[in-house]
Design a protein around this ligand. Structure first.
Ligand SMILES: *Cc1c(COP(=O)(O)O)cnc(C)c1O
Length: 377
């Protein structure tokens, strides 16, 4: 057994995409593969998503989009986050569609198009209430008008109008209802100014699962395709839909040894053994994405039993107090995964560390190799 590995079940990924596409009804499907496919490996995830019928891939950064083009992805692809210094010509040249939230970004994209003698393909983004990216409603008519001028000058094409949800994973959220109403208003304003795009899109995974009114023409799913719930509870991952966690992380015990009662464990001696016992050393730490906030609270499973990490999570290792459980160096430790055989889930880790499953999988370190299983589709 190697030191540690993240097992990526591409069959489960494909099944999750099938379930979410069905849930989204007639809407087109964007698989969101930013941040190295939420830590699962962007390229294999992207290939599987295309095979499973994703009409779109979505990434945050232009560099992520070029990477996909560089490995041969030719399908519809969107990127939405870049500063004014970003050279967008490689995106426009390869038909990467770009989110645009301001007249400054519109100019930047149009200039890239002019440089490539191509119309840049633009999705105008309106802030319907998230209070993050997107054009504020008072500025929206100006942005749309500027887009119309740029379109008439042959510099861009408006293919989409879109926004992002703040509380999509909360069923019945009044915030989502407000956002849908504001989105409709923004679409009306655009239509009056002569912009009726091919694609209106608002839903993330939470919206797909909890708010059908957000589905429109295209849905953008990240966390759900990886088989994880977008919010508290088992949204989509319970028996009613059955999304399956795609990532399982394992490690091999590096050392087992006996210690006396009162032995302080790891930096700061945050834990002391209560009697003579045995310790198992697990060779993963915060450099691998095991949160240091998991010191003394993080669950793992070993030989069918649950343990809590004893003492501090160090850079490269954690310690388990295994008592008289039969354990030998080389035995497999389950860090997190689908939750079979007492093994914790990414949600268990998130809860122990005061974070969300998104952060657990996304921050898994690059020192842990991703191993792919095609699985059955
Ligand atoms: C990351 C992201 C998504 C995916 O969200 P999930 O909650 O993971 O489904 C969708 N849209 C935008 C704009 C994003 O940044």
């Amino acid at each position: 057994m190697e030191r540690a590995a993240a097992w990526i079940d591409l069959g489960a990924l494909a099944r999750n995409i099938g379930l979410l596409r069905a849930k989204a009804g007639g809407a087109a499907f964007m698989a969101v593969v930013k941040a190295d496919g939420y830590g699962h490996g962007m390229i294999p995830v992207a290939r599987t998503a295309r095979d499973a019928g994703a009409e779109f891939l979505g990434v945050a950064l232009p560099s992520e989009a070029w990477h996909l083009r560089a490995v041969g992805d030719r399908g519809r692809l969107m990127a939405w986050l870049y500063p004014p210094s970003e050279d967008l010509r490689p995106c426009v040249a390869t038909d990467v569609e770009l989110g645009v939230s301001s007249t400054g970004m519109l100019d930047q994209v149009a200039r890239a198009g002019a440089g490539e003698l191509k119309r840049a393909r633009v999705h105008l983004k309106v802030d319907t209430g998230l209070g993050r990216n997107g054009c504020a409603m008072p500025d929206w008519p100006d942005l749309v008008a500027a887009a119309v001028r740029s379109r008439e000058a042959g510099r861009i094409e408006v293919v989409g109008i879109w926004s992002h949800l703040a509380c999509g994973e909360t069923p019945g959220s009044p915030v989502t209802a407000d956002q849908v109403a504001t989105f409709a208003e923004a679409l009306d304003v655009a239509a009056e100014l002569g912009v009726k795009p091919e694609l209106r899109h608002l839903a993330n995974t939470g919206g797909v699962l909890c708010a059908p009114a957000t589905h429109f023409d295209l849905v953008r799913c990240g966390i759900g395709i990886y088989g994880l719930s977008p919010g508290p509870g088992q949204l989509g991952t319970g028996p009613e839909l059955g999304l399956e966690p795609v990532m399982s992380v394992t490690a091999a015990v590096a050392l087992v040894k006996e210690v006396p009662a009162g032995q302080g464990i790891s930096y700061g001696h945050l834990y002391h053994t209560s009697g003579p016992t045995r310790l198992a050393l697990v060779p993963v730490g915060y450099a691998d994405g095991v949160p240091r906030a998991g010191s003394g609270v993080l669950p793992v499973a070993l030989n069918g039993r649950r343990f809590t990490v004893a003492g501090a999570v160090a850079m490269d290792q954690v310690v388990l107090d295994v008592g008289d459980l039969p354990v030998a160096a080389g035995d497999q430790v389950s860090l997190f995964g689908p939750g079979a055989d007492e093994a914790p889930t990414a949600d268990d880790w998130a809860e122990a560390c005061g974070t969300i499953n998104y952060e657990i999988v996304t921050r898994l370190g690059s020192r842990i190799p991703r191993r792919y299983r095609e699985g059955s589709r």
